[in-house]
Design a protein around this ligand. Structure first.
Ligand SMILES: [Zn+2]
Length: 105
């Protein structure tokens, strides 16, 4: 199987599948498709057993990434690194859409 690697921190997609942990905020963008699929699978399994879904590892992880990105964006603004702010804003937008879909935002 093709193993994707996050260009920012070097976390492999196979590692994500093992731990369900993201190495850095960029991982979410790198593995967006796979993460979405993994989330769907997890939710399917939860619905199948009839249990009430709790905030799982990915939910927490996504919220943490979101908060980290907000902090990063603030720091970039302070440092005047405006070209990076655009990138971070795009990541934030993607994450906030995912969080809204999951009822976390
Ligand atoms: Zn990464």
């Amino acid at each position: 199987m093709y193993d994707k690697v996050c260009v920012a921190c070097g976390t492999r997609l196979s590692e994500f599948y093992q731990t369900y942990m993201l190495g850095c905020p960029k991982c979410y963008a790198s593995f967006e498709r796979e993460i979405t699929l993994a989330i769907k699978k997890t939710h399917g399994a939860v619905e199948h057993t009839g249990k009430i879904p709790k905030t799982d590892g990915i939910d927490k992880q996504l919220l943490t990434e979101y908060q980290n990105l907000i902090k990063e964006k603030e720091n970039l603004a302070i440092d005047g690194k405006f070209s990076r702010i655009k990138e971070v804003s795009d990541d934030l937008l993607r994450l906030s859409e995912e969080l809204k879909k999951r009822g976390l935002l």
